[in-house]
Design a protein around this ligand. Sequence first.
Ligand SMILES: *Cc1c(COP(=O)(O)O)cnc(C)c1O
Length: 395
Amino acid sequence: MKKESKYKFETKAIHSGYDSTKHLDSLAPPIYQTSTFTFSSLEQGANRFAGAEGGYVYSRLSNPTVTILEERIAQLEAGEAALAFGSGMAAVSAVLIGLTKYGDHILCSKGVYGCTFGLLQILKEKYNIDHSFSDLATKEAILSHINENTACIYIETPINPTMTLVNLELVVSVAKEKGIIVVVDNTFSTPYLQQPLQLGCDLVIHSATKFIGGHGDVVAGLIAGDQELVGQLKKTVQKDIGGVIAPFDAWLLVRGLKTLAVRMDRHCENAEKIAAQLKEHPKVKAVYYPGDRDHPDYELMKKQMKKGGGLLSFELNGNYEQTVKAVNQLKLISIAVSLGDAETLIQHPASMTHGAVPEKVRKEMGISNELLRLSVGLESWEDIWQDLKQALDSV
Ligand SMILES: *Cc1c(COP(=O)(O)O)cnc(C)c1O
């Protein structure tokens, strides 16, 4: 609802997309657990199919609980429209398939999520859709990777796990000249910390499994952008490939979004404190956190993000065996992939999220066998630190 756009982020996260008077005054949005919708007459059904009349038809096309989520995330990302999917990868694959055709090329940031990397291989091997990677750090670097077949630029920032940033305004300025679509996977930042559409990017993708759900209990994806582009994807890759979200999962995300702003503030605050403590510990060789003043992209972070985020990586001052020992010594912190949950999670990129990447490439990406990634949770930062400290002290 446009009338809501006057409200600030925190308010929109709680109210936008939902009008209780249209749902029997229920404060919490109802879960429309239905596959299909009944028509009062054949003519009405025909009109809904033809788009001549509004209203729901079938839950792969749209569902009222899902619509609440889509309107809310569209408002939070400052987009005109949004779509929800059954996983982050369903969203990523819908976007990359929807934006490209046989013979096209995709330019990517230096690092992308492991399964996005896998999808790029499938697109190349089966559909002749090529890709290349670039640090996208200068106009020349970007231009040198663009050719007449480049259909889109696909960016993650901060880049997992070393947390380097991509200057979105710079990429947009080059892409606009060339008429190339810019897509940003905004999973790590959420719209609370970074709004790529406001910086001129065309589409935003989320693994809503992470900070947006926020409680480690749902797998889902989202995209947001302008009406034309999102509408096109809805009519094609969402409808005909069909990786849609279930109404209950949409409901969990609508609930998660209500606390996104307060959760992100705490994730960032805790991450800042943990990063500062890690930097002082003799068993830590390096800390990678964009909210740290010594991080090479700190100035860019100040410009394009609100805060440094809830994720950081650090390298143990020791060998692989000591790294294993330290992780196994943790008591409060859980060993798990995924991120953005209330619980602090730690993972070992070289053997987990980036285990499929050949060691040489991994080294080039800055992923040593002693690198650990932490998703800083919402516990007391002192408790998180005490656990890390006793583990580091033990090696
Ligand atoms: C987790 C993740 C994905 C994939 O999302 P799923 O919900 O697991 O399918 C994509 N991009 C990033 C940056 C992620 O962290």
